[in-house]
Design a protein around this ligand. Structure first.
Ligand SMILES: O=C(O)CCC(=O)C(=O)O
Ligand SMILES: [Fe+2]
Length: 274
């Protein structure tokens, strides 16, 4: 699959999965490095997970250096200059206008009954009543290169994504951005469904995405009527698999019932729609 095909798939479905993106040997090496870094530097990234922020602008690199986290500093540089990141950069350039590397991090999520994170997309101001910043442009999103560093399956750390859902999210963002209808908060699938089911929202969304896309989305989320979760959309994978996704897509991180889960993320953003 070449870069053009990958970017087409991401535009259409909102994500793309590449099994065995890196070798087992590489997974082992990265896991060792991550764990040796963790003992020296612990931050909480998601819920109870412990992790390392390798890059989040040059300020973080400088911080690593000033706090004498030399291992973390050199690993950050290694990751930024790695072949895998160079490839991510090329893909990001094809999808985002004026793309740039925003963040590299990794985290280990412990065994837990609760999902790592429930269904959400990352452009909804976390459901804030009043967004603090200006409203997002409909093309605002981050492209996440999500590298599994342990084996995952449903109920054990896999990511699940609802194909095409970024189009509905983007349409709602457009409605708010252009002030066609007034902003209403939402966060999870349930609250999103409530907003877009209202007649005025329904009409406007259909104007943007067409009736078929609107109806299809409702079919895809039928599961929430009976259960908070489903195994229909999980990307189960061996360690070394990569999921690239547009974070307007509705996604969730499954619970880890059997083993801890380690991931590394390379996150790209757009300077134009920041
Ligand atoms: O850790 C996970 O499974 C979910 C991560 C996520 O929601 C994100 O990177 O946007
Ligand atoms: Fe997310």
């Amino acid at each position: 699959m070449n870069i053009k095909q990958i970017t087409n798939e991401i535009s259409k479905n909102g994500f793309y999965y590449i099994p065995s993106y890196i070798s087992n040997k590489k997974v082992e090496v990265i896991n060792k490095q991550i764990k040796s870094n963790l003992t020296k530097f612990k931050t909480s990234t998601k819920g109870k997970a412990s992790g390392t922020e390798f890059f989040n602008g040059n300020r973080i690199l400088l911080n690593h250096l000033l706090n004498l986290r030399i291992n973390t500093f050199s690993l950050s540089l290694l990751l930024i200059n790695s072949k895998i990141n160079k490839n991510f950069k090329k893909i990001a350039k094809n999808l985002l206008s004026d793309s740039y590397l925003r963040r590299i991090d990794s985290y280990i999520s412990p065994v837990d009954k609760k999902p790592i994170i429930d269904w959400h997309n990352d452009t909804s101001y976390s459901g804030a009543e009043k967004p603090l910043k200006k409203l997002h442009h409909p093309n605002f999103y981050k492209l996440r290169f999500f590298l599994y560093l342990s084996d995952v399956k449903h109920k054990n750390g896999s990511l699940a994504l609802i194909p095409g859902s970024h189009k509905i999210v983007s349409a709602l963002t457009e409605i708010f951005y252009k002030n066609i209808l007034q902003y209403e908060p939402y966060w999870n699938l349930d609250s999103f469904k409530k907003v877009i089911s209202k007649n005025n929202f329904k009409n406007e969304i259909i104007k943007i995405v067409g009736e078929q896309n609107y109806v299809d989305f409702f079919k895809k989320i039928e599961f929430i009527q009976n259960s908070s979760d489903t195994n229909e959309y999980d990307i189960e994978s061996k360690a070394g698999g990569l999921v690239i996704f547009d974070d307007r897509v509705f996604h969730r991180g499954s619970s880890c019932l059997e083993t801890d889960r380690t991931v590394m993320r390379f996150i790209y953003a757009s300077k134009q729609f920041n």
